[in-house]
Design a protein around this ligand. Sequence first.
Ligand code: SF4
Length: 286
Amino acid sequence: MADREMRCDVIQPSNATLPRRVSYSQMSLYNQCGLKYFFSYLVGFKEPPTAALAGGSITHEVIENLYKEPAEARTMQRAIDLLREHGQRILTKPEYASFADDNIMKQSVREAVENLFKLEEPTELVVLPEHLEMNVDVTINGVHFFGQVDRYTDSDKKRVADYKTGKSPGRFVEDKLTQPFLYALAFKEQHGIDVDEVELIYLNARERVTREVKPALLTKVGEELAEMRAGSEKDIAASTWTAKLHKLCDWCAYKPVCPANNMDAPQPGTEASEAQLLTIGKVFKK
Ligand code: SF4
């Protein structure tokens, strides 16, 4: 929830278009702040990868590969071997190479992998290899939605699960559940599967959040997706985006050029705005 909102007129690139498909991260960013979405998806600024992103990527890779093993082989030792193998490989990628000596991140990944065994018994989980990292790509309420589901299981209940690294969601947990509920809706629309339950597995926080899927909840997230798309279509047509001031502004790379935070900021989308942002060096443009 924003503390204050301000509509900001911007200069859009002449060929600016909205992304053809909408992901949960796009929707979440737009709802957090329309102006930030404008800088990211219309102008094309990117924030450099973080250690947390590198760690999350390694953790997901290890768990995906662990669950591709036959059930009896999914031991802690096998997980640690996979961590060595995939950790080294991922940390040689150009975007993550600067974190190769980040021992705090490595320790956090190790804890996340070890905690998986405290949250569930991997040798007992029934999961098909094709149900890991499943792509969804489907039109919902006229919006082309896409994403990747970490895991789908259907041995007791039909369940969509997503692993999370980092801290506990605390009081924001219901907001975080929008993502798996959207995936459950996508499963229904794309595969005709009625998911019974969604689950978020917070590895580092050693927390598991599960919720029953109810039709009204799916209707709600489907409507939120359509509202986000309609809102962004209106914003691009008007060349005006909503800056939403809140606590997270302190961590926003665009704060120095955000008119809602700085009355002297150049108009977003102008050469002056771009030059200032690139000089500060917290974002880059591909
Ligand atoms: S500083 Fe806050 S209001 Fe400004 S773009 Fe960033 S998130 Fe939006």
